[in-house]
Ligand binder design. Structure first.
Ligand SMILES: NC(=O)c1ccc[n+]([C@@H]2O[C@H](COP(=O)([O-])OP(=O)(O)OC[C@H]3O[C@@H](n4cnc5c(N)ncnc54)[C@H](OP(=O)(O)O)[C@@H]3O)[C@@H](O)[C@H]2O)c1
Length: 337
């Protein structure tokens, strides 16, 4: 019988105790073993997400059965395909979503959550794609039903999800308006395809939006901010418009709300978190996204926007950088031996 002491080990970024970024350290844990429908992947790069910061602080535990190690997305090389993984072979370059376990030398991923990395993309670029782009795709296409010719307002336009959403909306043929926290971020969002941008620290967005839409408002809003934008969001939503809430970075509780507002404009308000969706849901989302987006990455119409790459020894520094809200696009960790 193989005892725990005989189990092969790997390096991973571990949380010594819940808290600030200095609680992250490299340590050794057992190497995961793939189930028959899983791929064992040698991780080359992992994307950093806000959820990692919450998890590090002990505020966002991984779903039941998921790895306790941080990391919701990876890019790497298939090392050992499980018995039923007939479509993948050792050496294939893949990227995909995880429920956890990305900040490690090895990770296991369900074969149907793995996507082939377009040939011209580096592992760092590929690791910047799954969480941001799948979240944005889900919100725009599946929840928001965004159509060509419609107008979408994307808050936190310079965030990882925001920069993905701007590009996907542009490719769908929609008109994009963004808000962001600096003039520089607004400018960079414009260069990705936003037709209008508002620095929410220096201007209120409703006036600009109503002017840009001839008083009609926007058909869809992707919101990550919550409370501070709530009333203004409702005021700029067009008739039959949809508000999709993906995060509440500025606060989650709202005060008085008159339900008649919903009726007057026939608006839909919804929200979602990707991490706690079922495996089946994530597989379908991955399949639809891959069909739509992988050819566009191949043609360089979609690009992974990376602000900074850190080595995994500097994971604490990378977390602190994200906490300062300085990034435009994604922050990525490179994983080495
Ligand atoms: N629901 C889901 O399924 C799902 C999936 C992935 C991510 N998320 C969430 O979506 C959000 C964006 O994720 P990300 O990884 O793309 O983030 P990110 O790259 O770290 O960017 C977040 C940006 O949001 C802006 N921001 C932060 N606090 C704000 C506030 N109080 N008011 C207005 N803007 C604020 C900051 O930019 P400015 O300079 O513009 O202020 C910040 O740089 C996070 O909250 C994340 O947890 C949700």
């Amino acid at each position: 019988m193989t005892g725990l002491k005989d189990q092969p080990l790997m390096k991973a970024v571990l949380i010594s105790q819940p808290g600030e970024a200095d609680k992250l350290r490299l340590g050794k844990v057992p190497k995961p073993v793939p189930a028959s429908e899983e791929l064992l992947v040698k991780v080359k790069a992992a994307g950093i997400n806000r959820a990692d910061i919450l998890q590090r602080r002990g505020l966002y535990p991984p779903p039941a059965g998921a790895s306790q190690i941080l990391g919701l997305e990876i890019a790497g090389v298939v090392e050992d395909p499980g018995h039923s993984c007939i479509n993948w072979k050792r050496g294939d370059r893949i990227m995909g979503l995880l429920a956890g376990g990305g900040y490690a030398q090895y990770a296991v991923i369900n074969q149907q959550l793995a996507m082939p990395i377009p040939v011209q993309l580096s592992f760092e670029e590929a690791a910047a794609i799954p969480e941001a782009f799948l979240t944005a795709f889900q919100a725009l296409v599946q929840l928001g039903r965004l159509q060509a010719g419609q107008t979408v307002l994307i808050h936190a336009g310079g965030s990882g999800v925001g920069t993905a959403a701007i590009q996907l909306s542009r490719e769908i043929g929609a008109r994009v308006i963004i808000t962001a926290g600096s003039d520089q971020k607004v400018q960079r969002c414009r260069s990705l395809g936003a037709i209008e941008g508002i620095n929410y620290r220096t201007s209120e967005f409703p006036e600009v939006i109503m002017k840009a839409t001839d008083g009609k408002g926007v058909n869809l809003i992707l919101d990550f901010v919550g409370k501070p934008f709530w009333e203004n969001n409702l005021s700029v939503l067009a008739e039959d418009g949809k508000l999709v809430i993906l995060a509440t970075m500025g606060g989650s509780e709202i005060g008085n709300f008159d339900l008649r507002t919903l009726m007057k404009k026939r608006m839909t308000i919804t929200g979602s978190t990707l991490r706690n969706r079922t495996l089946e849901y994530k597989i379908n989302l991955t399949r639809e996204f891959a069909q739509f987006a992988l050819p566009l990455f191949q043609e360089k119409k979609l690009v992974a926007i990376i602000d900074k790459v850190f080595t995994w020894e500097a994971a604490a520094e990378a977390h602190r950088y994200m906490e300062q809200n300085l990034n435009f696009g994604k922050i990525v960790l490179t994983i080495s031996d």
